[in-house]
Design a protein around this ligand. Sequence first.
Ligand code: FES
Length: 251
Amino acid sequence: MATPVMDKAQATATADYITATFRIRRFNPEESDAVIWEDFQITIDPKERVLDALHKIKWDTDGTLTFRRSCAHGICGSDAMRINGRNRLACKTLIKDINPDKPITVEPIKGLTVLKDLVVDMEPFFQAFRDVMPFLVTEGNEPTRERLQSAEDRERFDDTTKCILCAACTSSCPVFWNDGQYFGPAAIVNAHRFIFDSRDEAGEQRLEILNDKDGVWRCRTTFNCTDACPRGIEVTKAIQEVKRALITRRF
Ligand code: FES
């Protein structure tokens, strides 16, 4: 016998809704220098995501609530925020997984200037990314076909290709919080992606950039970055590999 298919209205009617409190850090420099925490109580299916809750609050209760998001599917990296004290992507965090029995705190990622509510100035983060030359550098010997690479050589940097530049790693790093001058895990991850690419010819140059006083040696191996990465990249391991390459000059 065929399984009856529920339409959207029926599915909505049978969802187990809960009332959850979202405690959101608010800041609007056009109105005041003060930071406040504001509670919003909403009725929502706990299988929905924090991003859905933020949309509900913005669309139904307070249109001034400000946050970034684009793809809503963990690809663009624009909605990293601190949820219950931990960096996560709002679009990848289910409400049921973060104990909705207590108020759920939502605040901007740390270490970057807050512009409004959950929106931070990402420019210093992207500047560090640009500084490590995140592009393939090859000189001369222009190929007439694509530059070939073995599966083993491609595997060498596969993990660090997954970065979506959400800044969850960099903004979870205590060294970065300290003065914001440290390149940060995300920039090093993206340097790693090219340093260990067999087709690239600027590995030495990138290593010298990261040999700076604000470079890779400032990492204190706290593993916050690895814990925070929503893509599961072994960030601390990548940083260690760059440190080792700086010592051995083998990559
Ligand atoms: S909205 Fe694109 S990663 Fe979450």
